[in-house]
Design a protein around this ligand. Structure first.
Ligand SMILES: [Zn+2]
Length: 97
């Protein structure tokens, strides 16, 4: 999930957004870590609405089932366990099969 998704959702309801931290809103795909990696700044007068928008987006993401959720997988090449969010092995960079 990208922070820019939240940004667009906020801008959709006319809340100006600034992203701070992270690299161009690229996130590591681990649900729950994303808001630590990228801070989303909204003007104080929009804080309450902004929070609701973010909660709504995150909830709908959760309902749809994030690709980052699911069981860990074992690498076919080296046998290492990898979190489901990874599509390549962290150890040997083999593609998930
Ligand atoms: Zn491997």
């Amino acid at each position: 999930m990208h922070a820019t998704l939240l940004q667009h959702a906020l801008e959709y309801v006319d809340i100006p957004v600034q992203l701070a931290g992270g690299v161009a809103g690229e996130l590591d795909g681990v649900f729950g870590n994303e808001l630590k990696l990228t801070e989303i700044w909204v003007p104080r007068e929009h804080l309450e609405l902004g929070r609701k928008v973010i909660e709504t987006v995150l909830e709908s993401e959760a309902e749809q089932g994030s690709p980052a959720e699911g069981p860990a997988w074992a690498c076919a090449s080296c046998g290492e366990d990898n979190d489901s969010g990874f599509t390549i092995c962290w150890n040997c960079q083999s593609l998930r099969k």
